[in-house]
Design a protein around this ligand. Structure first.
Ligand code: ELE
Length: 289
C-alpha cells in the first residue's frame, strides 16, 4: 500500500527550476509518502529540458533517496544520458513513458525504446503508461517483454486495466496513477501515484490508515472529498491548481508552473480557495474524528 507522489516542479517567476523550494516541498511530503516520482506529468516532465531533469533529481536527492527518476524523451540519446546520469545516485528506480506524439509506431520500436533504457539502467526499471497522454497503451503482454522490468505506473481510469498487469505477472509492482482511484489502488494494487499527494499527503496517509484499521467507509469518504477537490481544480486547470492547492492545504508557497502551464491569477486563486475551504474543513473533521 505505497503512496507515491509525482512531485510538482516549482519554477521561479522567470521560469527557472526553483531547487530550494523543491527541496523544502519534498521535505514536507516525505513525512507522509513512501516514494517521490520525479519528472512525471505533475512535475511537467515532458516540458523540462534534459538539464532541468537532472537538476530536479539532484535537488530531490539532497532530501531523500526514495526516488523514481522519470527519464522519457522523444530523443532516445537524451533518455539514455539521463539513465547514465542516474548511476551516481542510489535510487528506487528509473522510469520512462513511451515515445509519444508520433502515431502508428510499430510495437517492436516501442519495445526497443524501453529495452535500450532498461538494459542500460543500473536501477530497477519502471514503465509509465499514460495512454490518454502518449497515444500508446503498453499492454500487459508487451510489458512482460521489457527486459528486467520491475514495475509500472498505469495512469488509467480503468482499474481493471491496471489489474491486468498484476494478473499477467504477479511479481510486477503495479501502481495506478489516477487521483480518483487512490482508494481502489491502495486496496487492490501495490499503491497509488497521486498528484493530490502534493497538497493533501496527510489525507492520503489518513486514508491508508483507515484501510489498515478496517475503516473502509471512512477511507472512501476521504476519496470522495478528494474527488470534489479535483472537480474544483479541473475547472481552473488541474496542473496549475496543484501549485495553489499546496498553499491552501499545507500553508506554504511552492513557486510557479511554467507556461504553457500558466499560473492562476490572484482572482482565480482566491476563488479556488473559497471553493476548497469547506472541503478542507470536512477532511480535517473526518481525519481527526
Ligand atoms: C497522474 C496524473 C493523472 C499523476 C504524474 C502522475 O503526475 O506523473 O487526475 O487522475 O487524471 O498521471 O495526475 O491525473 P488524474 O502519475
Amino acid at each position: 500500500m505505497q503512496i507515491v507522489v509525482p512531485v510538482l516542479t516549482p519554477f521561479t517567476k522567470d521560469g527557472k527550476v526553483d531547487k530550494e523550494t523543491l527541496k523544502e516541498h519534498v521535505r514536507n511530503l516525505i513525512k507522509y509518502v513512501d516514494v517521490v516520482f520525479v519528472n512525471g506529468t505533475t512535475g511537467l516532465g515532458p516540458a523540462l529540458s534534459k538539464e532541468e531533469k537532472k537538476e530536479t533529481l539532484s535537488a530531490v536527492y539532497d532530501v531523500t533517496d526514495k526516488v523514481i527518476f522519470q527519464v522519457g524523451s522523444l530523443n532516445l540519446n537524451d533518455a539514455v544520458e539521463l539513465v547514465n546520469f542516474s548511476k551516481d545516485f542510489h535510487l528506487v528506480g528509473v522510469a520512462s513513458y513511451s515515445p509519444y506524439y508520433f502515431q502508428r509506431l510499430p510495437e517492436k520500436w516501442i519495445l526497443n525504446y524501453f529495452n535500450e533504457l532498461s538494459r542500460k539502467a543500473e536501477h530497477d526499471f519502471y514503465l509509465y503508461n499514460y495512454p490518454s497522454a502518449t497515444g500508446y497503451d503498453i499492454s500487459a503482454k508487451l510489458v512482460n517483454k521489457i527486459e528486467g522490468i520491475k514495475g509500472l505506473k498505469d495512469t488509467n481510469q480503468d482499474l481493471a486495466h491496471s489489474l491486468e498487469y498484476k494478473i499477467a505477472n504477479p511479481h510486477l509492482i503495479v501502481y495506478n496513477g489516477s487521483d480518483s482511484l487512490v482508494y481502489y489502488s491502495l486496496l487492490s494494487l501495490d499503491g497509488t501515484v497521486a498528484s493530490v499527494a502534493n497538497h493533501s499527503p496527510h489525507l492520503l496517509s489518513a486514508m491508508r490508515r483507515f484501510i489498515k484499521e478496517g475503516k473502509k467507509e471512512k477511507a472512501l469518504q476521504v476519496q470522495l472529498i478528494i474527488n470534489s477537490m479535483l472537480d474544483v481544480m479541473r475547472r481552473y486547470g488541474q496542473l496549475s491548481s496543484t501549485y495553489s492547492m499546496v498553499e491552501v492545504m499545507m500553508g506554504y508557497k511552492v513557486g510557479y508552473p511554467r507556461p504553457p502551464i500558466y499560473p492562476l491569477s490572484e482572482e482565480e486563486i482566491h476563488q479556488l480557495k473559497s471553493e476548497v475551504e469547506p472541503l478542507k474543513r470536512k477532511a480535517e473533521e473526518l481525519i481527526s474524528g
